[in-house]
Write a new protein. Structure first.
Length: 438
């Protein structure tokens, strides 16, 4: 088969759209708005990668694949010696970098797709991507400039206080009206897809829909090019699928709120802001700036919660599983630091270590011979369970995890609302509304 036929076969499969949901529509049976613990909200790049991995299994996908000289791409499907690359983003706005677009030049891929969630007003995300690829300004940036200029004209002759009030209230209303009109036009524009050169675009609705917004063009990659998949990604995907098959809400690469530490760091960066004025657009200086940054071990590979837990009023009764996945146990010190951070975060009620099957005895040894690290702690490393993954992706519970305490103050809730729209490809879509602190 030639490359056009293989792309057509792949895209026909995607357009059939038999993709499983990340969030079962039945979760919204009692209300159009639900609240999930922040750490199990599945709207993450890792979750998007895993759901596409699961959906595209017939095309032999591999995760976190190294393209020589071009870094790591989220997925590569090796189908009949035809290499299909997929880079996943939670949203395209401000997340699409030059390296993402440059994967097409790697000579390792025959086709490239950029994938994102069809949530919120995703048409702005599509416009941003199209602007980046085609070398124009995103409509959202043009709208901001227009609104700023209009406000500047309207506030001439006003006092300083009147101008501030106008911008804060009247200007904000005008911006929202212009945004709604812009969104209506974009929804009509992208109803049938988008225009790019070589990149295909895949949009996924977490309620269980998928849309090929743009087909890919052949890249003419070298046949039998070298691509190296990451073994740890396979372990994480296998655990994700294992828990999803057991009717859990499953998230990948999530932040545990209780494990986050904060620190102020001084970094050297390019900026338009001097000590006394703002430089014109496109003009920068280098200077030291203070940044408030997250530190510590706070991002865990897999989190999961039974679906019926969302109907529980008392959040301290949630069952939240956390899983850290490792392909090697050689760096024992770092591993124990990570596990201790998760264990004492108050953000999971059970914690597991997932490893290749051949390392199960070594994992047991590490967790049972480390009481020195647990001095004075309520939760012990011996409370951690072990999951072993074989070469076929089958998961076995080698050691059960003990119950550990959830802390309500370390469990903010993410609001997710289902809305129905008249325009746009996804008429029924999800909006991430707010994070509510208990």
């Amino acid at each position: 088969m030639n490359e056009f036929s293989l792309i057509a076969e792949f895209e026909d499969f995607v357009e059939e759209g038999k993709v499983p949901p990340l969030l079962d529509p039945a979760l919204f049976s009692q209300s159009d708005k639900i609240y999930l613990p922040y750490q199990v909200n599945p709207i993450t790049e890792g979750s998007l990668k895993n759901i596409l991995w699961h959906f595209l299994e017939r095309f032999n996908p591999q995760g976190e694949v190294i393209l020589p000289g071009f870094g790591k791409i989220d997925l590569v499907c090796d189908y009949k010696d035809f290499m299909i690359g997929i880079e996943c983003k939670k949203e395209f706005v401000k997340n699409i970098k030059k390296k993402d677009l440059n994967y097409m030049n790697s000579q390792s891929l025959n086709a490239l797709y950029l994938a994102s969630f069809g949530i919120n007003d995703y048409e702005l995300s599509l416009d941003y991507l199209e602007a980046k690829i085609n070398g124009r300004e995103p409509i959202l940036e043009l709208l901001r400039r227009y609104t700023f200029a209009k406000n500047s004209i309207d506030t001439r002759g006003m006092s300083f206080e009147e101008g501030i009030y106008y911008r804060k209230y009247e200007g904000k209303i005008r911006y929202q009206e212009e945004l709604e009109e812009t969104l209506k036009k974009l929804r009509e524009k992208y109803q049938e897809g988008m225009v790019t050169q070589f990149h295909g675009v895949i949009m996924y609705n977490p309620l269980g829909e998928i849309w090929l917004a743009r087909g890919a063009s052949p890249l003419g990659g070298t046949k039998n090019a070298t691509c190296t998949p990451t073994k740890e990604a396979f372990i994480a995907y296998s655990v994700w699928r294992y828990l999803k098959d057991r009717d859990y809400i499953v998230a990948a690469e999530s932040i545990l709120p209780g494990a986050v530490k904060y620190n102020t760091r001084s970094i050297r960066t390019k900026t338009r802001y001097t000590d006394s004025f703002i430089l014109p657009r496109g003009v920068y200086i280098e200077k030291e700036v203070e940044r408030f940054m997250q530190t510590g071990h706070y991002r865990i590979d897999i989190t999961a919660m039974p679906k019926d837990n969302i109907f529980i009023d008392n959040s301290s009764q949630y069952e939240i599983i956390g899983v850290e996945c490792k392909v090697s146990l050689n760096n024992r010190v770092k591993l124990i630091e990570q596990l201790r951070a998760y264990l004492h975060s108050g953000s999971v009620s059970r914690l597991y270590l997932a490893i290749p099957h051949k390392l199960k005895n070594k994992a047991k040894s590490i967790l049972t011979q480390a009481p020195i690290y647990d001095a004075g702690k309520i939760n012990k490393l011996t409370d951690i369970g072990i999951l072993a993954v074989d070469e076929h992706g089958e998961v076995e519970e080698i050691k059960p995890a003990n119950q550990i305490e959830l802390k309500e103050e370390n469990m903010p809730l993410a609001g997710i609302e289902k809305r129905r729209l008249k325009e746009g490809y996804f008429k029924e879509r999800l909006y991430l509304t707010e994070v509510r602190v208990l």
